[in-house]
Design a protein around this ligand. Structure first.
Ligand code: ZN
Length: 265
């Protein structure tokens, strides 16, 4: 059965002397594992096409029950050279791919996630936003695509909208298990039932809510480097709660979350 679709490479491994195994994300088929025979031969139909971060158009043969499908042809749709020019962009792009790889399942269409990943890679290649702002925005979109978007500007338990920060030091109660922020009354009930909670600066939650709604454009002009670090540390901590295995690229960010010193109320 021949299949054709757009694709982004999630991971690649050498296979034998001249071949590659690539794991790709395709909007219609989800995760696809492909054997690219002779990928390193200049005569190959996809020589120098199978690079990370680029949008590809691939054609492959699918055989139900086989571990690897066979790549037949590949074309480059969009090259994103700007990503490898800069270490911070490169790391952010790798982290976005790793996150997508954790969610992608075979045979499960992921059109929203594919579009979000392409947009994040475009933004990283263009370099108009700080890489961590792009990655933070992607992480929030990722959570939303998986139905895990945290409640940031309302109470996760009763749904009432949360009051705005009254001072820069204001702190709010956040419970990953409850799905987000908790109002004072619901936090008391949750505490009595032994739920895990921690305090997050209300300002951080407000900025994360803006990032979730409007993407990096909403914040780029006015977020400080320090606030951006806090937003990312918070989002990573929430992601960590939901992810079964911790992606390698997140180790550094997780360290940041710890050093940001979120206290358990
Ligand atoms: Zn409540």
């Amino acid at each position: 059965m021949q299949r054709t679709d757009r694709a982004l490479i999630l991971r690649r491994f050498a296979y034998g002397e001249t071949s590659l195994v690539v794991h790709v994300l395709s909007p219609s088929f989800g995760r696809v594992h492909l054997l690219a025979k002779g990928a390193y031969r200049p005569s190959s139909r996809y020589y120098a096409v199978l690079d990370l971060f680029d949008t590809l158009e691939l054609e492959w043969s699918h055989a139900p029950g086989r571990e690897l499908d066979t790549l037949r042809a590949g074309d480059l749709v969009r090259r994103r050279r700007g990503i490898t020019d800069d270490l911070a962009r490169y790391r952010a792009a790798l982290a976005a791919l790793e996150l997508a790889a954790l969610a992608a399942q075979e045979g499960q269409p992921l059109r929203g996630l594919f579009a979000a990943l392409e947009l994040a890679l475009d933004r990283l290649a263009a370099g108009a936003f700080p890489p961590s702002l792009v990655l933070g925005g992607f992480e929030l979109e990722f959570l939303a695509e998986l139905g895990l978007a945290p409640a940031l500007d309302r109470c996760a338990a009763c749904g009432r909208s949360a009051p705005p920060a009254t001072s820069p030091r204001a702190s709010s109660v956040f419970s990953p298990g409850a799905g987000g922020r908790l109002c004072r009354r619901c936090a008391e009930a949750a505490r009595a039932s032994g739920r895990r909670m921690f305090g997050v600066p209300t300002r951080t939650l407000e900025l994360a809510a803006e990032l979730a709604r409007g993407g990096p454009t909403a914040l780029v002009e006015r977020i400080s480097a320090q606030d951006l670090e806090k937003v990312r540390a918070f989002v990573v901590r929430f992601l960590e709660y939901h992810l079964e295995s911790r992606p390698k690229s997140y180790r550094h960010a997780v360290g940041l979350a710890r050093s940001a010193g979120y206290a358990t109320p």
